[in-house]
Design a protein around this ligand. Structure first.
Ligand SMILES: Nc1ncnc2c1ncn2[C@@H]1O[C@H](COP(=O)(O)OP(=O)(O)OP(=O)(O)O)[C@@H](O)[C@H]1O
Ligand SMILES: [Mg+2]
Length: 461
């Protein structure tokens, strides 16, 4: 059975011509205005639509075509709509791409070019459909709420599984936003202590004078303002897990007290004279280099070894191969579903920008950028601008690898264009990319579209 193609054009001659040319490969449906197009679209659910923008009642104006486009995408957001634009309507065609159209062709349409583009479009649409079906079968897997299919993250998850079964102290190392707290919670939830409390305390957020009492508790009257006896976090976490965040900031005096707890399993409240036995597991984390702190005599080496019985190194996001895209897609799916904007996708330039970005804030930064972009987005695609990733600040300014890649790309693009006599479509086919990608590539590389019928191609910067 041939795949279904809907052709929307108010010009009967064009409809007939196209039907005649494409009949063999596709099951063709024809419509001449928005209403009839939508009726057919709804009933037949074609994967691909050819849409003329100038439709009655105002064929000279693209508004009716734009309305048809947005209605179709609202109904079935995965449909691929190819815009057929009249002479001098390139601006509208590009606007339509921004609104979610897949590609455009200018009139008069070259039948051979049309056939090639349709073939590719159906191919991509089919792949995407298969992918969606697969995705629905295997919901994005998480490990204790954490995403990550990279080998680095799988290693982290495996370590979490193993250490969860013991009571050994764990030290989690990683940059800001890499998920240290999530890992700590994951360890707790997978341990025999899961029904006990998970208590987190950030050692750098509490003034030194309060931190001791916060951690170890105090007896009534032990200092001005200590009107009642109070248990510290170590005691509140009894039978559960204590998460000591930013452990590198723990003042020296408290380092000694914590060391004693780890060695003896007992604490003394501030102003207390009694040793209290507490069964609390300690998981700590830091994003500072503890070895440096030890070398600078700011952190006790003996405490380090007590805390770091098991060390979990969380890789920076930029180092996790494949994770950026997959995690970003999942964040996008979630954020879009939450704000009723299902079907939003990343544009190729957004994906590229994400791959290039340095991600100093790691997964948290990625999540925040995607969430913000979804709120701001009004099209069907998120661009690098929506993600606020257009400036090079904060990303690697350049690397020799990237320069090398770009210069190779430029050379291949120029060669393909030379061979095709400046025609975009055949050059794109030769390079194995879509036409929109070809346009983007040319823009990125600063390759100008050559004049038709001439063979001069120039690069400019
Ligand atoms: N693997 C992950 N999967 C999904 N979300 C994640 C993952 N890692 C981090 N996040 C998200 O990033 C946020 C930050 O994670 P978390 O607080 O655990 O990082 P952190 O390393 O403790 O950061 P900081 O050093 O700033 O305290 C989380 O709230 C979560 O939304
Ligand atoms: Mg944290």
């Amino acid at each position: 059975m041939n795949p279904k193609l809907l052709i929307v054009d108010d010009d009967e001659e064009i409809r007939t011509q196209m039907k005649w040319a494409l009949n063999k490969d596709y099951e063709i449906f024809l419509a001449e205005d928005r209403t009839s197009a939508l009726a057919v679209f709804d009933e037949q659910k074609p994967l691909v639509v050819l849409l003329d923008l100038g439709l009655p009642p105002r064929p000279g104006n693209p508004e009716e075509g734009f309305a048809a486009l947005s209605d179709m995408l609202a109904q079935q957001r995965f449909s691929k709509v190819i815009i057929i634009s009249g002479q001098g309507e390139k601006v509208n065609a590009l606007k339509a791409i921004g609104a979610g159209a897949y590609d455009f062709l200018s009139k008069p349409v070259d039948v051979e070019e049309l056939k090639v583009i349709l073939k590719r479009t159906f191919h991509v649409a089919g792949l995407e459909r298969d992918y969606r079906e697969l995705q629905q079968q295997f919901q994005t897997e998480t490990f204790e709420g954490m995403l990550g299919t990279s080998s680095q993250m799988q290693l982290v998850f495996n370590t979490v599984r193993k250490v969860a079964t013991s009571d050994a102290p764990v030290l989690i190392l990683g940059e800001s936003g890499t998920g240290k707290e999530m890992v700590a919670l994951g360890i707790h939830r997978r341990s025999a202590r899961k029904d006990g409390p998970f208590v987190a305390i950030n050692c750098s957020a509490i003034p030194e004078t309060l931190l001791e009492s916060e951690l170890f508790g105090h007896e009534k009257g032990s200092f001005t303002g200590a009107h009642v006896q109070r248990k510290g976090r170590i005691e509140s976490a009894a039978a559960g897990t204590l998460f000591l965040d930013e452990i590198g900031e723990l003042p020296p005096l408290l380092q000694v007290k914590l060391l004693r707890f780890l060695q003896e399993g007992t604490i003394e409240r501030v102003g207390g004279r009694q040793e209290i036995r507490v069964d609390t597991r300690v998981v700590s984390a830091t994003n500072v280099n503890l070895e440096k702190a030890i070398a600078a005599d700011k952190f006790r080496e003996d405490l380090f070894y007590r805390l770091a019985v098991v060390v979990i190194n969380l890789p920076a996001l930029r180092e996790r191969e494949n994770d950026i895209q997959l995690v970003a897609q999942e964040f996008l799916r979630r954020a879009a579903a939450k704000s009723g904007k299902e079907g939003l996708t990343f544009s190729p330039d957004a994906l590229r920008a994400m791959m290039k970005h340095h991600w100093p804030g790691n997964v948290r930064e990625l999540e925040n950028r995607v969430k913000r972009a979804v709120i701001m987005a009004d099209g069907k695609r998120l661009s690098a601008t929506d993600l606020e990733l257009t400036s090079t600040a904060g990303s690697y300014s350049h690397t020799t690898l990237r320069e090398a890649r770009e210069s190779l790309e430029r050379e291949l693009v120029l060669r393909a264009l030379n061979r095709s006599g400046g025609k975009i479509a055949p050059a794109a086919i030769e390079l194995g990319i879509s036409r929109p990608t070809m346009y983007e590539l040319m823009e990125k590389l600063g390759v100008q579209r050559p004049e038709r019928d001439t063979k001069t191609v120039e690069a400019h910067h």
